[in-house]
Design a protein around this ligand. Structure first.
Ligand code: KG4
Ligand code: ZN
Length: 341
């Protein structure tokens, strides 16, 4: 039935989501994610627990993806897996599974860079939908829990980081500030939720002074901490009474920093197509701010919500382009926790 199709099974296990997806000729047939609730009570991802949960989840998640896609393992053309960056123990679960499957089925195992995956998520197509995709070159603001980068994308695998954070990532800033506000991990989505109902102009926080296309978020974290300590001295209930406005102010500051650097990059490169990717691109403030840029003669690309945070469809689509470009996908790639773009 699927003989003329190129069917890629994607596996993602770099952090705390175990995910599997099936893509046929670039179109998604299934995209399954098992979140790991266990980390919530520790206020952050515990690597050892993440590896164990991946071990428990991987077979059922792959099984569910194949069922949802309506295929069997014998229909798979190649298996793509996340090779890094990420937590080594977590990466080992997905990569070992993928390599073993590839030997069992005598199909290629394709190592995928997770950050390339976030960017190439813009090329994922739905089954019954024609979608406009970015043309090369475009700029991609990649904002996740571990990265904040502006990437110049000249081809599927021709990417150059032209600006990045010198300290914390944007997602890390959201999560650490959320922790100060006594919100559970991961705090980013909760800050977003409260911010929607808050006044973004009541509390303002300073922008960092870093040059050109660099980002910095550690100063913001410190200024929020000092601000909270001062306010709590005169009102112990300050956080609970003002959570919406605090979140709105923090989110506005982070979004303004991100957008101002992105505009600087547009000016510098004269590239007028911009995209966002990574977990923080799920943020409603960032999505709205980017949409409003379209008035500046800039074309913007915003991924579907489910392709912003970690997922396996982005790994499968990246594997698909590796496959089409006949890139080297030897079975000897060892996972690399610090793999660069
Ligand atoms: O890409 P991702 O799922 O995992 C990494 O590769 O890091 O990104 C996770 C990050 C977390 O820091 C999380 O708090 C943040 O993305 N995030 C958000 C939102 N959804 C996820 N941050 C702000 N607003 C959101 N709606
Ligand atoms: Zn990610």
């Amino acid at each position: 039935m699927h003989q003329s199709s190129t069917i890629i099974l994607g596996i993602e296990s770099s952090c705390d989501d175990t995910a599997a997806a099936v893509i046929s000729n670039g179109k998604v047939l299934a995209n399954i994610i098992a979140n790991q609730e266990i980390h919530k009570k520790y206020g952050g991802v515990v690597p050892e627990l993440a590896s164990r949960a991946h071990q428990q989840n991987i077979v059922p998640v792959v099984d569910a993806a194949l069922k949802k896609a309506g295929i069997t393992k014998n229909d798979i053309t190649a298996v793509a897996y996340t090779n890094g960056p990420g937590l080594l123990g977590s990466l080992l679960v997905g990569s070992s599974f993928a390599k073993t499957l590839s030997i069992g089925l005598n199909i290629p195992a394709i190592a995928v860079n997770h950050m390339q995956g976030h960017i190439l998520a813009h090329f994922i197509q739905e089954q019954n939908e024609e979608k406009e995709m970015p043309e090369f070159p475009f700029l991609c603001l990649t904002v996740s829990g571990g990265h904040t980068q502006i990437v110049r994308v000249d081809g599927y695998f021709k990417m150059e980081v032209i600006g990045e954070t010198i300290d914390d990532a944007a997602g890390e800033a959201f999560d650490k500030i959320a922790k100060m506000l006594q919100l559970p991990y991961p705090g980013g989505p909760l800050v977003d939720k409260y911010a929607k109902e808050g006044n973004p102009d009541r509390f303002s926080f300073p922008h960092p002074k870093v040059d050109e296309l660099s980002f910095s978020f550690s100063g913001l974290k410190t200024s929020v901490l000092y601000f909270l300590q001062k306010e709590i001295k005169s009102n112990p209930n300050f956080i609970t009474e003002n959570i919406k406005d605090i979140c709105a102010g923090v989110q506005k500051t982070i979004v303004d920093i991100l957008i101002s650097k992105l505009l600087k990059a547009v000016e510098k490169t004269n590239i007028k197509q911009v995209a966002i990717a990574g977990g923080v691109s799920a943020n409603s403030g960032l999505r709205n701010a980017l949409k409003s840029l379209e008035t500046h003669e800039i074309k913007v690309f915003i991924p579907k919500f489910e392709y912003c945070t970690d997922n396996a469809a982005m790994i499968a689509i990246t594997g698909y382009y590796h496959f089409l470009e006949n890139n080297d996908f030897s079975k000897n790639y060892t996972p690399n926790a610090r793999l660069k773009l």
